[in-house]
Design a binder for this molecule. Structure first.
Ligand SMILES: [Zn+2]
Length: 136
């Protein structure tokens, strides 16, 4: 069963046909700003397994790690949809709040916790890193 998602207005939709690799929570300042929220919940998946319908706009960001990050959003309603790392084009980062069904999400890591908002509790038993997860 493919997992499906869409932006707020529905102009951009997608199907995830591959097994997601990891679900994580990112507390970096840029994710807070882009989401207008405390963090973003993201699913990393093989980019070959994601079929996107509709036109996205891309903002070329520089991540807290210094790496380039392409943040893609719906040009009509502004929903943050995907991030892509030019250094690893084989993966795509899906903003998990755009999924139609979010019940299966189980974040296994919290990253950039150094900039987490102070009231946010990182659950015990879940990996957490002050910056990027090692190896990424
Ligand atoms: Zn939209």
């Amino acid at each position: 069963m493919p997992k499906t998602g869409k932006c707020l207005c529905g102009q951009v939709s997608y199907e995830l046909n591959a097994q997601p690799m990891v679900t994580a929570v990112c507390h970096c300042k840029n994710c807070q700003r882009q989401a207008g929220s405390a963090f973003s919940v993201v699913v990393v998946a093989p980019s070959s397994g994601v079929e996107i319908t509709g036109e996205l706009k891309t903002y070329e960001d520089t991540a807290d790690s210094g790496a380039r990050l392409e943040r893609q959003f719906c040009p009509n309603c502004g929903s943050a949809m995907f991030s892509r790392q030019p250094s690893s084009p084989e993966t795509i980062i899906i903003k998990a709040g755009t999924l139609d069904d979010t019940n299966w999400l189980k974040p296994v890591a919290h990253v950039w916790c150094a900039s987490a908002q102070p009231w946010v509790d990182i659950p015990a038993g879940v990996a957490s890193f002050p910056g990027n997860a090692p190896g990424r």
